[in-house]
Ligand binder design. Structure first.
Ligand SMILES: [Zn+2]
Length: 114
């Protein structure tokens, strides 16, 4: 991988980390316990609980992404950075810039998910 690409990826990861940290913080606020005396009626409370569940799921996703981004940042100077974890092929730079936390090429990622 070219040094210029590495520098570009590093910047991208740092920006993503910042963005994801802000998201984690915001979602954390949203998934705080709901006060039982939240006098907005039974239906609204149920809605609040279901929204809370969605926020909690989003929060754990964001936290996982943040951990993967932070890991990616420590690996970016490694000669093996950008090599697919699964098949050993170089991951296209476009994909790395799009999803810097990914450790697999598109094909392998799809096979894992599929
Ligand atoms: Zn692969």
């Amino acid at each position: 991988m070219e040094d210029i690409d590495r520098a570009k990826i590093k910047k991208r990861i740092e920006a993503e980390i910042e963005e994801t940290s802000a998201k984690v913080k915001a979602l954390h606020e949203l998934s705080k316990p709901i006060a039982p005396d939240n006098a907005v009626g039974r239906l609204s409370r149920m809605e609040a609980i279901s929204t809370k569940g969605i926020n909690e799921a989003a929060l754990s996703n964001a936290k996982r992404k943040l951990a993967r981004l932070q890991h990616a940042l420590t690996q970016v100077d490694d000669p093996d950075f950008g090599i697919c974890f699964e098949c050993g092929e170089q991951i296209p730079i476009g994909r790395i810039l799009l999803m810097p936390e990914s450790t697999m090429c598109v094909q392998c990622a799809e096979e894992q998910e599929g």
